[in-house]
Unconditional design. Structure first.
Lengths: 112, 114
């Protein structure tokens, strides 16, 4: 599976959009981009995933560049409860036993 | 909807003791995983299973064993606990029924070896 690079930490003001970047320059054509977050050392929580097109759900939006070498997770109106570690992962669908490699993620701190 | 359930939530062991971390899921997922997470670090894969009777090593399997006798359960065994195994352990599951399904995680077991 391709490696990902994320900033170590980011801050965001409450109510503003949080934009979390991820580089995955070695991504293959059949690899999906997944985002998870981990709050207070709880189990990671799935947020969103995509292959080529931009995706949106009730939690966030995922913007994938046309060359698929990077992506951005957008939390449109960040709240204090969005303070967490955010992990960007790429993997090949459900092949390779669905294994995922977690890096160290980005620690997002939402400030009042 | 229980999802992935891990027990116990906390445990303190003495060096050399053994224990089993329990993981069960009620989503009929074929794929299950064990990860460990050291303070300030990401998750590292210990073992995984693609179905009952099938297990395989992940990135950091030394000092651990697993079994998968049923679809629901995937216990992780520590035979001779060492201080280096102090960590938070997470179990996860997913299904290959359709491509790109995410993993579902339990709440973790916090293990200290003293």
């Amino acid at each position: 599976d391709a490696k990902t690079t994320q900033p170590t930490s980011m801050d965001c003001a409450e109510g503003r959009a949080a934009n979390l970047p991820c580089n995955h320059s070695t991504i293959s054509g059949n690899e999906y981009v997944y985002w998870y977050r981990q709050i207070h050392s709880q189990g990671p929580q799935y947020i969103i995933h995509g292959l080529k097109n931009n995706e949106t759900n009730e939690m966030a939006s995922l913007i994938i560049t046309e060359d698929r070498k990077s992506s951005t997770l957008i939390l449109p109106h960040a709240t204090l409860r969005d303070t967490a570690v955010y992990y960007c992962i790429v993997r090949v669908g459900d092949t390779n036993a669905g294994k995922s490699t977690f890096g160290d993620g980005t620690t997002l701190t939402v400030k009042p | 909807n229980a999802g992935v359930t891990q027990t116990p939530k906390f445990r303190i062991l003495k060096i050399g003791q053994s224990m089993t971390l329990q993981c069960t899921q009620d989503m009929n997922h074929n794929y299950m995983y064990w990860y460990r997470q050291d303070p300030g670090m990401g998750l590292k894969l210990i073992y995984y299973s693609v179905g009952a009777g099938i297990t395989d090593k992940g990135e950091v399997p030394n000092g651990y064993n697993v079994s998968r006798s049923t679809t629901e359960d995937f216990p992780l065994r520590l035979e001779l606990a060492a201080p280096s195994q102090t960590s938070v352990y997470f179990c996860a599951s997913t299904t290959p029924r359709s491509a790109s399904q995410p993993q579902h995680f339990g709440d973790g077991t916090r293990l200290s070896i003293l």
